[in-house]
Write a protein that binds this ligand. Sequence first.
Ligand SMILES: Cc1cc2nc3c(=O)[nH]c(=O)nc-3n(C[C@H](O)[C@H](O)[C@H](O)COP(=O)(O)O)c2cc1C
Length: 173
Amino acid sequence: MKRIVLFMVMVSMVCIASYAQKAAEGTKVLVAYFSATGNTEKAAQQVASIVSGDLHKIQPEKSYTSADLNWRDKSSRSSVEMDDPTSRPAIIDDLKNLAEYDTVYLGFPIWWNQAPRLINTFLEKYDLSGKTVIPFATSGSSSISNAESLSGCELAKRKVDERSDRRRYQELD
Ligand SMILES: Cc1cc2nc3c(=O)[nH]c(=O)nc-3n(C[C@H](O)[C@H](O)[C@H](O)COP(=O)(O)O)c2cc1C
């Protein structure tokens, strides 16, 4: 399991490095991430180091316990949230300087082939219009492409498209 996650992270790093090379010089980069058990946090730290970005940890108002993360339990918090597309777990509102950034790398673990609902909360709370949004994820084996089509990343694409005249969203797969 650990090896698969690391492999995905390494593949993502190569893609991210190539995006970073393409990024215009002088742009300010934010690496925002949610991590329940530390894998995405490590990936985000590596991304931030590669792209010289500032790190922002997306934190739930109520932390996830091991019981909350038990995907085998249909009544666990994560199962209940992921079973409800309208679920928007509250996050701590401490990202005050988003306007300074041109590019936002957005990292999360894959939950049930999707981004955790808390990522939808983030995308709806903060205005990413006009910014380049580059999602990345860690998982046991699932590709990020499912998360893009089903959840927060798709939402990000729509949100950016709707609010800006130029399509600046970039996909990472
Ligand atoms: C509730 C839950 C659902 C998960 N669903 C998937 C999944 O659908 N596919 C997958 O490959 N991994 C899945 N995983 C594994 C996580 O994506 C993986 O362990 C990830 O690296 C955790 O990141 P984190 O340590 O930053 O929280 C799931 C984990 C949890 C807790």
